[in-house]
Ligand binder design. Structure first.
Ligand code: FAD
Length: 462
């Protein structure tokens, strides 16, 4: 492997080689997890390639195959699990230069992978009065390709579900990592081959996305006597199909009061807080719904006008706001399955108290209103973190482990054979983002059998 040989072959590409800059672009938000921080802190590439168009992407991929150099794609680097970190060095492929909208039409947009989500929404709003159905809370920084390759759901998922649900992505243009790279268009069920695959089996250069109507959104904060009342309100809001909304989250008493600095003046101690986004014409329907659950609106303002939009206090931004105040925190990602979701939340609350602070987001999963936890955890030791995870799972609340960097351990804890089969075709040398798909190295992996990190030469599995 020789990165130098790749660079020598492609002098017209914009290369970054300054070690400090390369290290910076070799990192993401992995440090949210103390486990990943310990494991990945030293990871860096040798160079960063910044292509300006698909032809340059293809040239870089072909040269990396020729010289057997690992290539790790990167959007804005806001992923939380070290997804965009080059475990085996080599080259980082920074796709932010591919930032054009190809076309828009009512209800649909086709754009390049590196476009920022906020720029994309501004263009589709202007041209076709549409916006992405849902976006991560990192909308102001993240890229479209990075969201599809590394994210899952977010603001708008209370209406439209997750990226994995059919219809939420219409097309992916993917370049294969072969001596002569091919350009493939994945549509329909084929999209799952590269959707949320961390860029391990192809580089996405263009995406076709469905749009939702663009409303004037209002940020709404409300207070409740306790977490479960706020959660019941959020569930009712998401179930109210006539009310157009984009977000319904809840934090336990004390969370907003400690960590949501801009709102400290209006938050009453000891109350739980709900965070919602509602389309302006429907705002008047909230007070009676709030009253049903003992709630009261304490803030309402246009999302567009806010210095910090309310969505930057939800999803994984809740964790970020808390980390700004207390670096000793980390988080979980939990499904509280219906119909016993509120019982489970209350049980975990009683068991862990202030060690695991409730933060819930309500989404529609395959048509069913569901409750996700992104709880804040007071970190003490890795052993205790593992124990907290085990206790949740044994109680019936599966954890999508944010303290693991492999696709399998962080996700469904099983091999995705469709993505593995596609990798065999699209990356036969195993050079794309190596180390992130356990199944590539160990097709018989099971969660009980081995941990991903063990495979990469370090025995200190999380
Ligand atoms: P990156 O982090 O750069 O990359 C993500 C993954 O995609 C990596 O594996 C990378 O190798 C791969 N990749 C990037 N571009 C391509 C490409 N063109 N082709 C193939 N592979 C590619 N996620 C959510 O889903 N919902 C949320 O609400 C959410 N909130 C967040 C809040 C905070 C504060 C933070 C730090 C993270 C949050 N995330 C969330 C995670 C992350 O921000 C999103 O998933 C985001 O969309 C990632 O985009 P990015 O451009 O930063 O991708």
């Amino acid at each position: 492997m020789s990165v130098q040989a790749v660079m020598a072959e492609l002098p017209a590409i914009d290369w970054i080689t300054d070690p400090a800059l390369v290290r910076q672009r070799s990192r993401d938000f992995f440090w949210y997890s103390p486990v990943l921080k310990r494991q990945l802190n030293g990871v860096t590439a040798e160079a960063v390639a910044c292509p300006r168009d698909e032809a340059e992407v293809i040239a870089i991929m072909a040269a990396c195959v020729k010289h057997q150099v690992p290539l790790t794609p990167r959007g804005a680097g806001t992923g939380n699990y070290g997804q965009a970190m080059p475990l085996k060095g080599g080259v980082v492929l920074d796709l932010m230069g591919l930032n054009r909208v190809i076309w828009t039409k009512p209800g649909v947009v086709r754009a390049q992978a590196g476009i920022k989500l906020i720029d994309l929404d501004a263009i589709t709003r202007r041209e076709v009065r549409g916006e992405l159905r849902f976006h991560p809370s990192t909308k102001r920084t993240a890229s479209l390709g990075g969201f599809i390759a590394g994210g899952s759901s977010g603001i708008g998922s209370c209406t439209y579900g997750k990226l994995r649900e059919p219809g939420n992505i219409l097309g992916l243009r993917v370049v294969t990592m072969e001596a002569e790279p091919r350009v493939l268009e994945l549509r329909g069920a084929e999209i799952d081959k590269a959707n949320h695959a961390y860029g391990t089996n192809g580089i996405i250069t263009e995406l076709e996305m469905p749009l939702a109507p663009a409303w004037d959104w209002i940020d709404v904060l409300s207070e409740f006597p306790d977490t479960i009342s706020a959660a019941r309100f959020s569930e009712a809001l998401v179930s109210s199909d006539g009310i157009v909304k984009k977000m319904a989250g809840v934090v336990a008493p004390g969370v907003a009061q400690r960590y949501f600095k801009p709102f400290l003046g209006i938050l009453v101690p000891g109350t739980a807080t709900s965070l919602a986004m509602v389309a302006e014409p429907f705002l008047e329907l909230l007070p009676p719904l709030l009253a049903r659950f003992g709630g009261r609106q304490i803030h309402a303002a246009p999302t567009e006008a806010a210095e910090t939009p309310l969505y930057e206090f939800t999803w994984n931004h809740t964790t970020l706001q808390a980390l700004k105040v207390d670096r000793g925190l980390t988080y979980l990602q939990t499904l509280f399955p219906a119909p016993h979701h509120f019982e489970l939340v209350a049980k975990m609350d009683a068991l862990f108290g202030d060690e695991v602070m409730q933060h819930l987001e309500f989404v529609r999963l395959n048509g069913v209103v569901s409750c996700f936890g992104l709880q804040l955890v007071r970190f003490t030791t890795e052993e205790r973190l593992a124990e907290i995870i085990r206790i949740h799972e044994e109680a019936g609340a599966p954890i999508f482990n944010p303290h693991a960097f492999t696709l399998e351990e962080g996700g469904m804890k099983r091999i995705d054979s469709e993505q593995l089969d596609f990798k065999r075709i699209a990356d036969p040398h195993g050079l794309l983002n190596p180390g992130k798909m356990i199944a590539w190295d160990d097709p018989d992996w099971t969660p009980e059998r081995k941990r991903g990190f063990y495979l990469y030469g370090r025995a200190d599995a999380p």
